[in-house]
Ligand binder design. Sequence first.
Ligand code: SAH
Ligand code: SF4
Ligand code: F3S
Length: 462
Amino acid sequence: MSDAVILGMPTVRETRVPTRAGKQYFVRTMGCQMNEHDSERIAGLLDLDGMVPAESIETADVVVVNTCTIRENADQRLYGYLGSLKALKDVRPDMRIAVGGCSAQKERDIIRDRAAWVDVVFGTHNTHRVLDLLDHADEWGPITEVLEETTSVEMTASALPAHRATDHSAWVTITIGCNNSCTFCIVPIVRGAEISRRPGDVIREVANLAADGVTEVTLLGQNVNSYGRDLDIDGRKPLFADLLRRVGEVDGIRRIRYTSPHPKDIREDVMIAMAETQSVCEQLHLPLQSGSARILAAMHRGYTPERYMAKLAMARAIVADLTVSTDIIVGFPGETDDDFDATMDVVRAARFDSAFTFQYSPRPGTPAAEMEYTITPDVMKRRFDQLAREQDAITFQHNRERVGRTLEVMVEGPSKREPEVASTRTRGNRLVHVAGVFEPGSYLPVEITRAAPHYLEGVVSS
Ligand code: SAH
Ligand code: SF4
Ligand code: F3S
C-alpha cells in the first residue's frame, strides 16, 4: 500500500480498497476527550477498511490502544493492559495490536522494549496513518512510526471519518497542542505546539454533524481561549468568542459545550458570548490546580488565587445559573500544609459544582519533575482525602439546591444499572436519572425530585 492511498482525507475515502472486510476491531481508549475523539477517528478509518466493531476483545482481529501519559498510573495501567493482550495474542498469533496516543508518542522505545508483541507503535501526530501502518505490519512485521510534529492540522484534527460513540453528541476539535508551560504537565511535549483550525472548517464540520442528526457539540482544545492566535483571516485573528457565536448559529445544534478555558486567558467577551448565545450551555470547566499563590507560581499557571476568584465572579455575574467544575492537584513539589490550606480556602469560597482531583505525579521531561519532592505518600493521601470530602459535601449541597426545579435534560440512554431508568444530562452537565425508557438524544423537561451526592433523580414534568 503506498502513502498516496493514505494521505489526504478525500483520497482515503475515495480510493481505499477495503483489505480487512468483515474482520473485527476493538479500540481501547485511555485519557481525556482529545483521545476519545481521536479514537472515534481511528474507528472511522477501520470502518473504512471494511472492518466491524468487535463485541469483545476476545474476538478482535485488530486491537488499537489509544494511550494517555498524564500521570504515572496511566502508564502502569497501559503495561498491565498490554500484558493481558499478550495472553490473547499467544492464543491467536494473527491478532494485530497497535498502540498509539500520548504514551506511544513519549515512550515509543519503552513500549517496544517492554511489549515486543505489539505490531504497530504510532504517535499523536500520525493517527491518520493507522491503516497504512497495519498494512505494513501485515507485510513486513512490527513497525514504529512516531512523528515529531504534526504534518497537517486537519489530519490530526477532525477531517477524517469518525465512528462516533453516540448519534446525537459529538466532539469537535478547535485547536490541537498547547503553547503553555505548566511545569507539571506533559501535554505540550506529547501534543506539540498549539495549532488552531480555521473557523470555516470548524463551522463546516459542525454543520455536517447537525445534518447528520447531532444536536450537542463539545468544542475541544487544551486552552480554548488562545484559539485563533496563530491564524490570520483577512488580516484578523479570529476570537474564541466569535467562534462560539458562529457555532451558535448552526441550525439544529441545541447544546454547545467547550473544554477547557484557561483562567489566565478567559475574558468577558467569552462569557458575554455564552450568555447571548442560547445554545451555549451554562457550564464552565475552569481548572484551578492550586489555591496557593506560591504553588501557582511554581506551576507557572499565570494567575494568583485572587485573580482566579475574580474571573470566576465575572463568569458567574455574566452567565446566570452557571455550573462550574475544576481540576485540582494536591502534593505538587514543595506544597506545605499552609499551601494546602489555601487550596481548601479557595475550594470553600468558590463552591465548585464538582472537581476532578489528582495526586501530583512527576512526569519525566517536565520542569516539576526536577523540583525537590517533599510530600510523603501519607501526607499526599491525607490531603487528597480531605479535599475530596470537602468537595463532595459542596457537590451534594449544590445537588440538593436543585430539588424542586424543572430542568431540560438530554437523554443519553438507559442507565448502566437499570434499563428502565434513563441517564440524562442537564445543560449544566449534571447527571439526572429519570424513570422510563426514552429515545437517546431526546430532550425532556424534568422535575428534580431527589438529590444524591453525585447525581439527581427526576420525573418528566407535563
Ligand atoms: N489543558 C487542560 C488540562 C489538561 S490535563 C488545562 O489546562 O486545564 C487535565 C488535568 O490533569 C489538569 O488540569 C491537571 O489537573 C491534571 N494533571 C496534569 N498533569 C498532572 C500531573 N503531572 N500530576 C497530576 N495531575 C496532573
Ligand atoms: Fe497542560 Fe497547562 Fe497546557 Fe493545560 S494549559 S495542557 S495543564 S500545559
Ligand atoms: Fe489527554 Fe492524557 Fe494525552 S490527558 S492529551 S490523553 S496525556
